[in-house]
Design a protein around this ligand. Structure first.
Ligand code: E4P
Length: 217
């Protein structure tokens, strides 16, 4: 399963890239606003930190203007992936961009039928939002299971990009279900490294090592 960082914070992306875990980055208008940076400038900088896809989202609601925005965004770098909302105009844009060889991430997916439509429109990635689903009283991971089944039934190449990931269990379940990608805030990814028994183990080994009076370097 590929790991994308769901952030526009350069320091966090650099840190994740150094671990070798970074397969791409997703941004959205809220994350850009939170960064306080210029959209084009920060997106260009992020594209230089990974060879993987960097999702940059259009903000227009109609197909024509979405295409104009996509035209500007895709000039930023070769690894820009245009993010469009799951609407009729969004999928028209997805279809046109895909035909043109541009990567497209269809975002704000909340049903398996929507995911089916996105795959038929040729999306590179479909982004089902599991956390927001959970917030709304349903089970976000059930949605991922359904989409996996549908995509496997028909051999769709669209990759399932689990989004709105809030905790380690979302990551674990995504991997068990066989999602292709998950995108998470850096804090969630950092949390995956942690285990109380790892910390305790290090503590015990170091205490015993001290007793030997030796040093390695
Ligand atoms: C995905 O591409 C979105 O940017 C993101 O995962 C949304 O997450 P949120 O529900 O935590 O805002």
């Amino acid at each position: 399963m590929k790991f994308f960082a769901d952030t526009a914070e350069i320091a966090d992306i650099k840190e994740m890239a150094a671990t070798g875990l970074l397969d791409g980055v997703t941004t959205n208008p809220s994350l850009i606003a939170k960064s306080g940076r210029d959209f084009m400038e920060v997106t260009k900088e992020i594209c230089g930190l990974t060879d993987g896809p960097v999702s940059a989202e259009v903000v227009a609601l109609d197909h024509e203007t979405m295409m104009k925005e996509a035209e500007v965004l895709r000039k930023i770098a070769d690894n820009v992936c245009i993010k469009v909302p799951l609407t009729i105009d969004g999928l028209k844009t997805c279809n046109a961009l895909t035909m043109d060889g541009t990567m497209v991430n269809v975002t704000l997916c909340f049903s398996a039928n929507q995911a089916l439509l996105a795959a038929k429109a040729g999306a590179t990635f479909i982004s089902p939002f599991v956390g927001r689903h959970d917030d709304n009283g349903s089970n976000g991971m059930d949605l991922i299971r359904d989409i996996r089944q549908i995509y496997d039934n028909y051999d769709f190449e669209t990759e399932i990009l689990v989004a709105s990931v809030r905790h380690a269990t979302h990551v674990l379940e995504s991997a068990l279900i066989g999602a292709d990608v998950m995108t998470a805030p850096p804090a969630v990814i950092k949390g995956l490294f942690k285990h109380i028994l790892t910390d305790k183990g290090i503590e015990g080994f170091l205490a015993d090592w001290e007793k030997t009076g030796q040093s390695i370097v």
